[in-house]
Design a protein around this ligand. Structure first.
Ligand SMILES: NC(=O)C1=CN([C@@H]2O[C@H](COP(=O)(O)OP(=O)(O)OC[C@H]3O[C@@H](n4cnc5c(N)ncnc54)[C@H](O)[C@@H]3O)[C@@H](O)[C@H]2O)C=CC1
Ligand SMILES: O=C(O)CCC(=O)C(=O)O
Length: 434
């Protein structure tokens, strides 16, 4: 640290799980912050703020299983930064969820929310659980107990959860109901991504995929790649990947390869995406879809394609496969799919990466619209929402593209520059003492 503000930037040793050498998503976020710091000018004196989450809550979530036994699950809610507004970010249910992962996901929310200039800080939550092994009543009990445990720190003006991997509108309805019962009144604005009949927003279900498509098509146009006829490969075929694939197919692209947790498919002529979506709805996975050839999982990364959309989990594009990717354009639907070392390889090879913190911001943008609609109890048409979403996404991409050109940096560094400046300027203006 070169510059110091009394009481702020003292070089205390970081706890081990906050250390840049700690491998995992949080370590990756710290490396990304280090890459942007030289571009932050005077605001760099506040950068330590980004390296320490504001608030971390780890909760024990005990529930009664259907067989009468009691099981304990570990849950998290991390508020990374609240300088620009209440915490905002999804809740993930997955067997591999860790604190490092939730910290990074919360931090990427801070960057993303600032990049598209919605008035939120960054937060994220999760439970280490394989939800596929729970019955529906067990899942409901888990969600309700978790919501009560994190109820201490969430709220419509404090921190507003939303869906992420393995959570959906139904889970959000349970969260909204539990929080409301605990505070004694109906509070629709405590979560977004709710069912429409409970204060949800039209267009939220599709928003992240629509945002991926919007910035993807715009980036393709800017590099002279025609979406009509382009070959697209998609990893992850859930809310984000499935909808992005559908929109690209509707725009005339050929979705040639798809991978999810259980299967991997290839079809040179392009997969029938509506039929594949029906298959996934019926069976839970792309595996076993008859109108395609099965593909070995690792071969997915060698697929001849023009556009690659990672839309599953973190750290999928690494030093091991970045050199094999054939796409000219990568649009990050997932959070954190590319490691910094892989980023460097892709840049070197001239592959354009539209980073997660802009590419998948469509979801939280429409979550912001949902939150505003809940507060005003006045609801907008789907057309209005989609038009505003497209305007926000194109405007944000345009701004970071300009910074990337001006400074000769990648789109990821450019997005971090724009976002960190907004966050740290807010931090600076707010000052230190209560
Ligand atoms: N749902 C949302 O609004 C947003 C989600 N995201 C991010 O997008 C990504 C996907 O989220 P959703 O689509 O919401 O989740 P989802 O639960 O709807 O779908 C996840 C998909 O990833 C696949 N998958 C899981 N593990 C995999 C593996 N090891 N290899 C290949 N595929 C695997 C699953 O089979 C499924 O198709 C995550 O990184 C999430 O954080 C980002 C912004 C908003
Ligand atoms: O809609 C939201 O509030 C957040 C969605 C999310 O978790 C994300 O963008 O990664």
């Amino acid at each position: 640290m070169s510059d110091t503000v009394p009481g702020v930037a003292q070089p205390h040793a970081l706890p081990s799980y906050l250390d840049v050498h700690h491998l995992g998503p949080w370590g990756i976020f710290l490396q990304q912050v280090d890459r942007v710091t030289p571009y932050l000018g005077n605001l760099a004196r506040w950068v330590e703020t980004l390296k320490r989450p504001k608030r971390i809550l780890v909760v024990d979530v005990p529930i009664q299983m259907d067989d009468g036994t009691v099981a304990h699950f570990e849950g998290y809610r991390v508020q990374h930064n609240t300088s620009r507004g209440p915490g905002k970010g999804g809740v993930r249910y997955h067997q591999d969820v860790t604190l490092s992962e939730v910290m990074a996901l919360a931090a990427w929310m801070s960057i993303k929310n600032a990049a598209v200039n919605v008035p939120f800080g960054g937060a994220k939550g999760g439970i280490r659980v394989d939800p596929k092994r729970l019955s529906l009543p067990e899942l409901e009990r888990l969600t309700r107990r978790y919501t009560s445990e994190i109820g201490l720190i969430i709220g419509p003006t404090k921190d507003i959860p939303a869906p992420d991997v393995n959570t959906n509108e139904r889970v959000m309805a349970w969260m909204m109901d539990t929080y409301s019962m605990n505070v004694g009144e109906t509070v629709t604005g405590v979560v977004t991504g709710k069912p429409i009949s409970l204060g949800g927003s039209l267009g939220r279900h599709e928003a992240t995929g629509r945002g991926v498509f919007t910035v993807g098509a715009e980036a393709a146009r800017r590099i002279g790649l025609d979406v009509a006829g382009a070959r697209v490969a998609v990893q992850g075929f859930g809310n984000v990947g499935g909808i992005a694939a559908r929109l690209f197919a509707e725009a005339g692209a050929r979705v040639v390869a798809v991978q999810d947790h259980a299967g991997c498919l290839y079809r040179e002529a392009g997969l029938d995406i509506p039929a594949l979506l029906r298959h996934v709805k019926a069976t839970g996975s792309v595996a076993g879809f008859a109108e395609a050839e099965p593909l070995a999982r690792d071969a997915f990364w060698d697929t001849p394609c023009d556009i690659l959309i990672p839309a599953a989990l973190e750290q999928q594009i690494t030093e091991a496969n970045a050199g094999r990717i054939q796409a000219r354009l990568i649009i990050e639907g997932a959070n954190g799919p590319t490691t910094p070392a892989a980023d460097d390889i892709l840049t070197e090879r001239g592959v354009l990466v539209v980073p997660d913190v802009i590419a998948n911001a469509g979801g939280v943008t429409v979550s912001y619209f949902e939150w505003v609609q809940d507060f005003s109890s006045f609801f907008w048409s789907e057309q209005e929402i989609n038009e505003r979403l497209v305007a926000v996404m194109k405007g944000a991409l345009d701004a970071v593209w300009q910074v990337a050109d001006d400074k000769g940096v990648t789109l990821r560094t450019a997005t971090f520059i724009v976002a960190c400046e907004r966050i740290l300027r807010a931090r600076d203006l707010r000052g230190l003492y209560p």
